[in-house]
Design a protein around this ligand. Structure first.
Ligand code: AMP
Ligand code: MG
Length: 522
């Protein structure tokens, strides 16, 4: 492993927080500890299927290492680099509104905190590397299809400017994994894979909820102190004032994150509190999706099809609800809960500010006031009533002739001619009002176009695009994944030859599994 010998690890989380004294990966309740030492379970035939070179660069991995057999061995969980000390984190969570008790990393194993040349620490975490004490009834593995989805979407989001965990590698395990994709009693063997995720920290709201739920106040305090020192070094002060500032930062970052989701049309799908990062990063890519025909009630997650708790339009409210769960968990650390209330208020204020900022940018205005927000709401209603493709509709507005607005610019964005016809009159009126507003705005045309182009992506990871790449990969052809990496790396710049990736959902994908809807089976 010569070429990777220079890499340095400093595993602060497990140095600073109490661990589980039991060494086995037998499933169990783990009390009084934030993590359990656990080794990845080796796989028979690891092979590197794809890498994001920009993430390898961020970490300072030597180029020769990334292309080596050793790389596949390490990022499949078959070998460790000097300084790695694998662990699984302990946490709980509210799932679909109900307290679920201990959950923990059931199939994620952190290898260590790599110290990059610039001093930044990056936790490297394998997903699908075998069972841990937190695996409950499951196998600790992940299938190729869900691993491709996480590998691609993590970086797609990063390049869109959305805070997110990153992805380094996708390694095939050479082993089959048994999954009942439709939960209909017909399980199938599918190819297995392992993704290496990268983030400064994978601490979640549920990391704090679990000790709080058990009355483990000392552990809770230690976790808060460690999180602040490790992940929020910019925060100064001490005691409750510092804790209050920390919660305020979590709230602000969470608001910024979800505002970005709304801007780009991303639906997370499983916003349980165990899937909410305290760093305000998008985390745990499961049955996520991208809004196509605009519908705030849409969710891609079949498990949530009844209640639609995690539908597109309510995501900001769900983040807020999750923050109130976190505030409740942290309350024992405060004599006076006023700072927690202030943090919750900061969420609402930040969300409102981000929304105004993004509406202005998406519509090409220098700033958005209350009347502009109303104008935008009318546009959203038109996208919904007319069944317009969200991504394409905003992009089309960039090309509107402001002097004489012509609805023909929107011709390519509709899914249904009847619904297009139904909104014809109100759309004409809206375009007229919008163009009037643009003419009154101080922004020059070129500035407006640049601003809109930066706020409205053209290439997003539509579920059916991911599905096409997955189907090719299942046949052993990684060309589809590689092509998507190229496209998604630069989502705002229109490029010739990429029309396929900027297309409306084709009819074949309307009701196909993996395209319109996804199960949690992964
Ligand atoms: P999720 O909703 O996918 O974030 O997962 C919720 C919980 O289930 C977490 O504690 C996961 O670690 C665990 N989990 C999900 N899939 C598996 C699996 N295949 N093996 C073990 N644990 C799993
Ligand atoms: Mg999770």
């Amino acid at each position: 492993m010569d070429t990777a010998d220079t890499l340095r690890f400093d595993n602060r989380l497990i140095q600073r927080l109490p661990g589980d004294p039991e060494p086995s990966n037998q499933r169990r309740e783990v009390r009084g500890a934030a993590w359990s030492a656990v080794m990845p379970t080796p796989v028979t035939a690891p092979s590197t299927l794809a890498v994001w070179p920009e993430v390898a660069d961020l970490l300072g991995l030597p180029a020769g290492f990334v292309d080596s057999v050793d790389f596949a061995e390490v990022f499949a969980g078959n070998a460790l680099l000097q300084g790695m000390q694998p662990w699984a984190a302990n946490y709980g969570g509210h799932q679909f509104g109900r307290w679920a008790g201990q959950l923990g990393d059931g199939r994620a194993i952190s290898l260590g905190e790599l110290v990059a040349a610039d001093g930044r620490h990056w936790e490297l975490q394998l997903k699908g590397a075998g069972p841990t004490p937190y695996s409950r009834g499951a196998d600790g593995r992940a299938v190729l299809r869900s691993s491709i989805r996480e590998f691609l979407c993590s970086e797609a989001m990063h390049h869109l400017g959305v805070p997110t965990t990153r992805a380094l590698s996708l390694v095939g395990s050479g082993e089959g994994v048994l999954r009942d994709m439709f939960y209909d009693g017909h399980p199938d063997i599918e190819p297995g894979a392992i993704v290496c995720r990268v983030a400064p920290s994978f601490l979640r709201f549920g990391s704090f909820e679990l000790p709080a739920s058990r009355g483990e106040q000392e552990l809770l305090q230690q976790m808060a102190d460690t999180c602040i020192a490790r992940d929020f070094p910019e925060l100064q002060g001490s005691g409750e004032a510092l804790l209050g500032d920390w919660f305020g930062q979590i709230a602000v970052r969470s608001a910024e994150m979800v505002a970005h989701w709304m801007r780009v049309g991303f639906v997370h799908g499983v916003m349980n509190t165990d899937n909410m990062s305290v760093l305000g990063l998008t985390i745990d890519y499961g049955p996520y999706g991208w809004v196509e025909d605009y519908d705030p009630d849409w969710t891609p997650n079949t498990t949530d099809a009844q209640g639609r708790r995690y539908r597109f339009g309510t995501q900001p409210q769900v983040v807020f609800w999750n923050l109130t769960r976190l505030a409740q968990a942290l309350a024992p650390l405060f004599a006076d809960v006023q700072p927690l209330q202030a943090g919750l208020d900061a969420f609402q204020a930040t969300l409102a500010a981000c929304t105004r900022r993004d509406v202005a940018a998406k519509l090409g205005l220098s700033a958005a006031d209350a009347a502009d927000l109303q104008l935008h709401q009318r546009w959203q209603q038109l996208m919904q009533d007319g069944a317009m493709d969200m991504t394409l509709a905003y992009r089309a507005l960039i090309g509107l002739d402001v002097a004489s607005p012509d609805p023909a610019v929107l011709d390519g964005v509709f899914y249904d001619p009847a619904r297009q016809a139904a909104v014809r009159e109100p759309l004409l009126q809206w375009l007229h009002d919008y163009a009037t507003r643009l003419r009154a705005d101080p922004l020059e045309a070129a500035e407006r176009i640049a601003r809109m182009t930066r706020a409205n992506p053209l290439y997003v990871l539509r579920n059916w695009l991911a599905q096409e790449a997955i189907e090719r990969a299942s046949e052993g052809d990684m060309g589809g994944v590689r092509a998507l990496q190229e496209v998604l790396r630069d989502p705002y710049t229109e490029r010739a030859g990429l029309e396929h990736y900027a297309g409306r959902r084709p009819a074949w994908a309307d009701h196909k599994a993996g395209c319109s809807m996804l199960s949690c089976s992964s």
